[in-house]
Write a protein that binds this ligand. Structure first.
Ligand SMILES: Nc1nc2c(ncn2[C@@H]2O[C@H](COP(=O)(O)OP(=O)(O)OP(=O)(O)O)[C@@H](O)[C@H]2O)c(=O)[nH]1
Ligand SMILES: [Mg+2]
Length: 619
């Protein structure tokens, strides 16, 4: 970004399409979704105006006012008011949802007071046209004192005109000193009246109002039917994760097996062959197999997000979450944590109260992130028979559903305990605008899915691959002394480390190979799967290309398998998440509290599960 570039900041209400506009302008792929509070950071992108002038575009978190309450709104306020030296805007683009103008008009009046040249982008104009909404663009523009341009961010419509007008106001208007001050209740009322006046003067109600959203909501938000539908959706999702992904997983498995066999055939036996076949193909491959499942899961999540269902799910869960002491806005952070706890912890920024935010951050890693999928499905494939329980309900999917439910339940219980022990507070009811339903756009879903695949593959290459070289080396060296009788790996460093730590984990039924896998598993959960793949492949060179699940089902008891699952529901096995918790809470203490409480829960849960299973004769 050059200092001479013009800086354009996109400001607006949540869910008005700022990020969609940012992506359309800059060609980036920041997350866009049909609910409020998606963006919690400022993002910058460099572009050229139609006449070639370099520009920097800033995407900002959504807000209803510059009177910022939550940390994400503070970012927006500070950028707009020029308080962040690295991002001082020259011009503001107020991004408005054309079908929902009342609140953004209030914001536009505040923006006027800031004194910078400003333009309003009337976004989602396609929907406004479909509804037959009649907006007097000229009158509106006069009333708010800034040019108005219509845009359709998702179809890249109106972008050139927007940029041209942005340059126009920059050339014709000089920045005035800011007269903005934190509005008090009286100011807000006055602004509200003014916004209503502008609205009734320049916007005629739609000829074909969106009645569909109301109709769908009467079913989906029904206190009983709605919850049942939500549960059914989740249930179908986990069934699909197993049944739809199976062919893809089998294909990858077969391909990797063939690759391993081929490499073993053309390379002479020896260290290098072992590194490639046992370390890389068995190790990294055992994680790659799970790509189809991750994609099926995200396909569901992306479709539901784009459709506008997630905000409804939040609404339905509000009573239950409130009962557990979670803030109404905690749903979105917890939902994001299903992908990964890192964006989840970050989106807790939408919560204004410090304590509520901290509670949400503390429980976010309990939600089942996608890195747990390889661990869960590996153990399920090894120990849970592929049986049909009832109709189309399969046992494996049912167990997966149970593991996700265990994560959610434990998050509710932990936040309940935090609120009871550390701080009590008033229950904050859900406050989020429910977005209108939209048909998901196949192109953007496909693009997002591809992003997910890329993240997964990049992790395999950047984190798992190098770690597997280390795990392989630790399991191979030093070689066994001459005349040794045991398996070679018993004499290796990995064997020594595993045996040294084994006593700690013996009470919960873990063997030393599992302990060896837990250590690099701190880097990321799925690394443990890869490490098991490598350790067992090195240990048993004969069947190095057999499936890992098959090996585990022979080597572990069912009780051990279940204890491992219980461990992974709770263990804080991801250093990156801990780093983000430290950054977002700005405290080492809370990070350590998280480490200690999650490890304690993991150990306890694995212990109870293991002992119970043994008592039932599954040891
Ligand atoms: N039909 C239509 N949909 C749009 C348009 N612009 C954005 N959307 C959709 O509106 C939803 C919200 O878009 P985002 O870009 O995430 O909104 P945002 O303003 O960045 O939201 P926050 O980050 O939460 O403040 C998404 O589902 C987009 O696909 C548009 O011009 N037309
Ligand atoms: Mg956004």
């Amino acid at each position: 970004m050059s200092d001479t570039a013009i800086t354009v900041a996109l400001v607006g209400n949540p869910n008005s399409g700022k990020t969609a506009l940012f992506n359309a302008l800059t060609g980036s792929r920041q997350k866009v979704a049909n609910y409020a509070g998606v963006t919690v950071e400022r993002k910058a992108g460099a572009i050229k105006a139609p006449d070639g002038t370099p520009m920097t575009v800033l995407d900002l978190p959504g807000t209803y006012s510059l009177r910022a309450r939550s940390p994400d709104e503070v970012i927006t306020r500070d950028v707009v008011l020029g308080r962040r030296p690295e991002d001082v805007p020259d011009v503001l683009v107020v991004v408005a949802d054309a079908t929902n103008l009342r609140l953004v008009l209030r914001l536009a009046l505040e923006i006027k007071a800031v004194g910078l040249p400003a333009v309003m982008a009337l976004n989602m104009y396609d929907i406004a046209e479909r509804q037959g909404l009649r907006i007097d663009l000229e009158g509106l523009s006069k009333a708010i004192g800034m040019p108005v341009v219509t845009t359709v961010a998702t179809r890249k419509r109106g972008l050139e005109q927007l940029l041209t007008i942005v340059q126009g106001v920059l050339a014709s208007t000089a920045a005035r000193p800011s007269t903005w001050h934190e509005p008090d209740v009286g100011d807000i009322r006055a602004a509200h009246r003014e916004a209503s006046r502008i609205l009734s003067a320049h916007v005629k109600p739609p000829e074909r109002p969106d009645t569909l959203t109301g109709k769908i909501d009467s079913v989906l938000l029904h206190p009983v039917a709605g919850l049942l539908i939500l549960l059914t959706l989740l249930f179908v999702m986990f069934q699909a994760v197993f049944s739809w992904a199976a062919p893809g997983m089998d294909a990858i498995d077969l391909g990797l097996g063939a690759l391993g066999g081929w490499v073993a055939g053309i390379m002479p036996d020896g260290l290098l062959q072992s590194l490639i076949v046992d370390g890389l193909i068995s190790g990294v491959g055992s994680v790659l197999v799970f790509l189809p499942q991750i994609l099926v899961l995200f396909l569901f999540i992306l479709l539901l997000e784009d459709f506008g269902y997630m905000a409804r799910a939040a609404f339905l869960m509000d009573r239950i979450m409130g009962g557990a002491g979670l803030h109404g806005r905690a749903f979105i952070p917890l939902l994001s944590s299903f992908a990964c706890a890192i964006p989840g912890v970050m989106s807790a920024r939408v919560i204004d109260s410090k304590r509520d935010r901290l509670t949400t951050i503390m429980v976010a890693p309990l939600m089942t992130c996608s890195a747990r999928i390889p661990v869960y499905t590996l153990i399920i494939a090894a120990f849970i028979p592929r049986e049909t329980v009832w109709g189309w309900v399969e046992l494996q999917g049912l167990v997966m559903f149970g593991l996700y439910a265990a994560g959610i339940l434990s998050a509710l219980v932990v936040s309940f305990v935090i609120r009871k022990i550390f701080w009590r507070g008033a229950f904050e009811p859900f406050m989020m605008e429910l977005p209108a339903y939209k048909m998901p756009d196949p192109g953007s879903v496909a693009l997002n899915l591809w992003q997910r695949a890329r993240i997964f593959l990049e992790r395999a290459g950047r984190i798992i691959l190098p770690l597997m070289v280390v795990v392989w080396a630790l399991s191979t060296f030093p070689g066994p002394p001459p005349g040794a009788t045991g398996a070679a790996i018993d004499y290796s460093f990995a064997g020594m480390i595993g045996r040294a730590l084994e006593p700690i984990f013996a009470p919960i039924g873990f063997n030393w190979q599992m302990v060896v896998a837990l250590v690099p598993g701190m880097a990321a959960r799925e690394v443990a799967v890869a490490a098991l793949g490598t350790v067992y492949a090195v240990a048993d060179a004969e069947s190095a290309v057999g499936t890992l699940a098959g090996v585990l089902s022979l080597q572990w008891s069912l009780a051990t398998g279940l204890a491992f699952l219980a461990w992974y529901v709770f263990a804080p096995q991801c250093v990156a998440t801990l780093g983000v918790v430290k950054r977002e809470t700005n405290s080492w203490m809370w990070m350590w509290v998280m480490v200690v409480y999650m490890f304690a829960l993991a150990y306890l849960a694995a212990f109870v599960v293991y002992r119970l299973a043994v008592a039932f004769g599954l040891g």
